[in-house]
Design a protein around this ligand. Structure first.
Ligand code: SF4
Length: 85
């Protein structure tokens, strides 16, 4: 297994994934691919986090592929986040 992402423990997407019983199978595939896998450096959350200087302003419902979690939207995302996508 590739190294786990440095943001793993503090990442709100990871927390949501483990708390979401309804979508956990889909979300854990993202964790396997990105957070614990080879696509880690392609994670959009990670790029946004670096660009904004930390995880605080990264929307919790932003998935590693840059889309909002299924069933949610991006209308509450800041302009700076949207411009980074
Ligand atoms: S979603 Fe992205 S930033 Fe968060 S732990 Fe996974 S790879 Fe890291």
């Amino acid at each position: 297994m590739a190294n786990v992402c440095n943001n793993y423990v503090s990442c709100s997407f990871v927390k949501i994934s483990y708390d979401d019983d309804r979508r956990k199978l889909v979300l854990r595939r993202f964790i396997s691919k990105y957070c614990q896998g080879k696509s880690q450096e392609q994670c959009i959350r990670k790029k946004v986090c670096v660009a904004l200087g930390g995880p605080e302003r990264v929307p919790a419902n932003l998935m590693p592929n840059g889309l909002p979690l299924p069933g949610t939207g991006n209308k509450n995302w800041s302009t700076e986040v949207k411009m980074l996508l």
